[in-house]
Design a protein around this ligand. Structure first.
Ligand SMILES: O=C[C@H](O)[C@H](O)COP(=O)(O)O
Ligand SMILES: C=C(OP(=O)(O)O)C(=O)O
Length: 348
């Protein structure tokens, strides 16, 4: 076992209130985010038949490229808004299988210097800029402590495959105002996500941090806006008609929301980003065949296709440094195809 020679040290961070003061939400933006959250919730509740599409880079490592992506997505959103509600993935934390770069919030300079104060600032700045472009913002919350710094900007939150079973994340979800999608486990087990939905719907007393950074006992309200995200498991997909029906039957039996999302990436694409199109087209065909429980899709997409090693001196612009992504052109084509197909079969 390798022993660390790094000296223990601690560096103060801003409080959530300080960061929110530095990058405040205007009344207009706050109102718009409230409307976007309601639009997401309406889709999840079946009151709006549009398809929710959580789309964007696997992770953010370059804010400029992320905003370039946001500009394109904002323009595309206007064209597809009758059939789709695109929400941009602004993922600033990455859960790792073992070790690896953990995201903009942890290491914004990509050099293991771990400047988390700057990471928090850049994460909030970026989410704010994406929201100002009129796009609803999605992220995975991995570190519950980060929620008070960012949650006012979020319209949809993922609890990832590696943390859906965690009580701390379920308690966190029960406090969020945004809708929360719980992924099935990396093993493919979906029961953990159903348990998470039931737990998050409840009120909890939890250890939390208030806006001033003070530890508090918090009573959460419970979150009624949760849903399952099928992401495949153990390298095997779980988006087929049979998988969707079986998941819905389990959700129904448990008295939970049967409207769910398919993550077209990860094990559903067998870790091959190009297969995301196949998954998406299959899900669209299921919708067109009358499967009303398919409320949303997730795509991992960046400006350019594929991925690259994280080599700070030699990074290609707009290419993922974590999971491989679809490029913009393929993404645009897929979203336009989806809108066109859903337009032809309204009400499906
Ligand atoms: O999309 C996310 C990745 O699959 C997840 O963060 C795990 O990544 P890793 O296996 O490269 O660590
Ligand atoms: C980490 C992710 O997914 P999962 O939790 O399904 O592995 C992700 O969507 O970035």
């Amino acid at each position: 076992m390798a022993h660390s020679t790094v000296m223990a040290h601690s560096i103060p961070l801003p409080t959530p209130a300080e960061l929110r003061q530095e990058i405040p939400l205007s009344a207009g933006l706050k109102e718009r985010i409230g409307l976007q959250r309601r639009a997401v919730n309406n889709i999840l509740a079946g009151r709006d038949e549009r398809l929710l599409v959580v789309v964007g880079p696997c992770s953010i490592h370059d804010s400029k490229a992320a905003l370039d992506y946001a500009d394109r997505l904002a323009r595309l959103s206007e064209r597809v808004s009758e059939q789709l509600l695109p929400v941009m993935r602004v993922y600033v934390e990455k859960p790792r299988t073992t070790v690896g770069w953990k995201g903009l919030a942890y290491d914004p300079d990509l050099d293991e210097s771990g400047d988390m104060a700057n990471g928090l600032l850049r994460s909030r700045e970026l989410m704010h800029a994406v929201a100002e472009r009129g796009l609803p913002v999605a992220t995975e919350i991995l570190q519950p402590m980060l929620a008070p710094y960012l949650e006012d900007l979020l319209s949809w939150v993922a609890i990832g495959a590696r943390t859906t079973e965690s009580q701390l994340h379920r308690e966190l979800a029960s406090d969020l105002q945004a809708a929360v999608g719980f992924k099935n486990a990396t093993s493919g087990d979906i029961q953990v996500a159903l348990d998470a939905m039931a737990a998050a719907a409840h009120s909890h007393q939890r250890f939390a941090m208030d806006a001033s950074g003070r530890p508090v006992v918090q009573q959460t309200p419970g979150n009624p806006h949760t849903h399952l995200v099928l992401r495949g498991g153990h390298g095997e997909p779980n988006y087929s008609k049979e998988h969707v029906r079986s998941a819905c039957a389990q959700l129904r039996k448990a008295g939970l929301n049967t409207r769910l999302m398919v993550d077209c990436s990860h094990a559903n694409a067998r870790k091959d980003h190009r297969r995301q199109s196949e998954v998406m087209l299959d899900v669209l065909a299921q919708r067109q065949a009358g499967e009303r429980n398919l409320a949303g899709l997730m795509l991992e997409s960046h400006l350019f296709e594929g991925k690259q090693p994280l080599n700070p001196g030699a990074l290609r612009y707009g290419v993922s440094v974590t999971d491989a992504c679809l490029g913009w052109d393929a993404t645009e084509h897929l979203l336009l195809t989806a809108a066109e197909r859903l337009e032809k079969s309204p009400g499906q």
